[in-house]
Write a protein that binds this ligand. Structure first.
Ligand code: C2E
Ligand code: CA
Ligand code: CA
Length: 423
């Protein structure tokens, strides 16, 4: 193990370089030091493992092939050690599909992947990735250490009202109007600023805090979202519900209580079930979902196509909506294989009489493709990112007014405006 002190005026954090290639390890270490990192170089899996057991870092670059061992094993160790505040740059000579799968493994473990780099390294790209966490503190988790995201801190955050929701609009692809919004959780801490759910949800899940957190988020989603629901007939608010919660038989009543308290009709809520793989017992999950549906609450299967049990969950459980995972949607305009998955997902949704939502719509080409494929609803940065209530209200109002105007003036469907034109 070698240490390289940072060469900038002040340290921007600690970087662990895990690489068995001497030249590459040294180059990354030197670039890191120039950027202001205090660097520790680990030449093998075993050394990296030993270091990670006792020290914590803000950023790690990880070569996937480490002799006999591999980087994925190390990712698991990082997750076990709950080092979720550390950003990770994955480096590999493997093909893009292996990189993407590894990225998914890391994300599945709740880790933040700042970027993936192929060999030979593009040094500009490397610098960009190493800087990423400092440019995007809200995404990276703002330098959280293991202690800071202790479960007690999450419980305290719930008690102090630090969790809030942002609304990301869902657009009807036929009329162009906004028909709903997904409520996404944010944790606004005094010490680190806004923290992404990718950081805190896995920790909450690991420590059994999801029931309290979901209750808290659902309550704000309903008390704030009610304004949108009241302003637009048929508007729905979607809230993420972890598949692991579908073992609590009292869940439908608990949700109903919140709806009653906040004065929102069950029709206006869609429970987006994430991680169907986490459902311990499908029969029990079915019992709970059926009762939600009987109470007229909608249920969406989230991230469709990514979980191993997606297909069997789809066949057995009474979902009303299918959300195609953004990994298929984002690249579909340039990738026929992705398009085939979208077509097949639309076909499945039709067979089960469900609405189809495409999420991760980032470009006009993607929008054209998913419309042609027959998706009903689109969600993504092309339309709008997630917005705090006041901005969401004005965005929806302006978009719907624009569509009304456009439709009556020209008699054709419109898809603008993007956020920039109305925010
Ligand atoms: P998700 O349910 O798949 O939510 C969509 C995520 O994609 C959101 O990230 C959203 O901001 C992002 N996104 C939306 N449009 C685009 C796009 O066009 N391009 C790209 N690249 N990304 C887009 P966010 O808010 O960071 O949420 C991440 C995940 O955290 C969610 O993924 C969901 O699984 C989980 N999550 C969020 N809120 C909650 C919650 O209240 N409870 C639970 N259990 N999980 C939650
Ligand atoms: Ca979701
Ligand atoms: Ca999703």
């Amino acid at each position: 193990m070698r240490r390289i002190a940072n060469e900038a005026a002040e340290s921007i954090g600690r970087l662990l370089v895990v690489d068995d290639d001497l030249v590459q390890r040294t180059v990354i270490g030197k670039i890191g030091a120039k950027l202001g990192y205090d660097c520790v170089l680990a030449p093998s899996f075993e050394i990296a493992e030993a270091i990670l057991r006792t020290e914590s870092f803000d950023m790690m670059t990880l070569d996937l092939s480490l002799g006999e061992r591999d980087g994925v094993e190390l990712l698991r160790l990082v997750a076990d050690r709950r080092l979720h505040g550390m950003s990770i740059a994955i480096i590999s000579g493997c093909d893009g599909r292996i990189m993407n799968s590894t990225r998914r493994v890391a994300q599945g473990l709740g880790l933040f992947v700042a970027g993936s780099l192929t060999k030979p390294l593009d040094l500009d790209q490397l610098r960009e990735v190493l800087r990423l966490r400092h440019q995007s503190p809200s995404i990276a988790g703002a330098g959280l250490t293991q202690f800071d995201v202790a479960p007690e801190r999450i419980s305290a955050g719930i008690a102090q009202g630090e969790f809030l929701v942002e609304f990301q609009p869902k657009v009807d692809l036929e009329s162009g109007k906004v028909v709903g919004a997904e409520a996404l959780a944010r944790w606004d801490t005094p010490e680190f600023g806004v923290i992404s759910p990718m950081t805190f949800i896995p920790i909450a899940e690991h420590h059994g805090l999801i029931p309290q957190l979901t209750e808290c988020i659902l309550t704000s989603a309903m008390s704030e979202g009610r304004k949108l629901v009241e302003a637009y007939p048929g508007f729905t608010i979607a809230v993420n519900v972890s598949g692991a919660l579908l073992s609590d038989l009292a869940l439908p009543e608990r949700i109903e209580d919140i709806l009653r308290r906040e004065g929102v009709s069950p029709h206006s809520l869609i429970a987006e079930i994430t991680e169907t793989t986490a459902m311990a017992d499908v029969d029990r999950a079915m019992d709970i979902l059926v009762r939600l549906r009987i109470k007229n609450i909608g249920a969406a299967i989230d991230d469709f196509g990514t979980g191993y049990s997606s297909l069997s969950a789809l066949a057995k459980l009474p979902f009303s909506e299918l959300k195609i995972d953004q990994s298929f949607v984002k690249g579909c305009a340039a990738d026929e294989d992705m398009m085939k998955i979208i077509d097949a997902s639309v076909g499945l949704a039709r067979a089960f009489n469900m609405k189809v939502v495409a999420e991760g719509v980032e470009s006009a080409e993607t929008l054209a493709r998913i419309r042609r494929a027959g998706c009903d609803i689109g969600q993504g940065y092309l339309f709008a990112p997630s917005l705090r209530l006041a901005r969401a209200e004005s965005w929806v109002a302006q978009r719907n007014a624009f569509i009304d105007e456009g439709a009556s003036l020209t008699g054709r469907k419109a898809h603008a405006p993007r956020l920039g034109s109305v925010a």
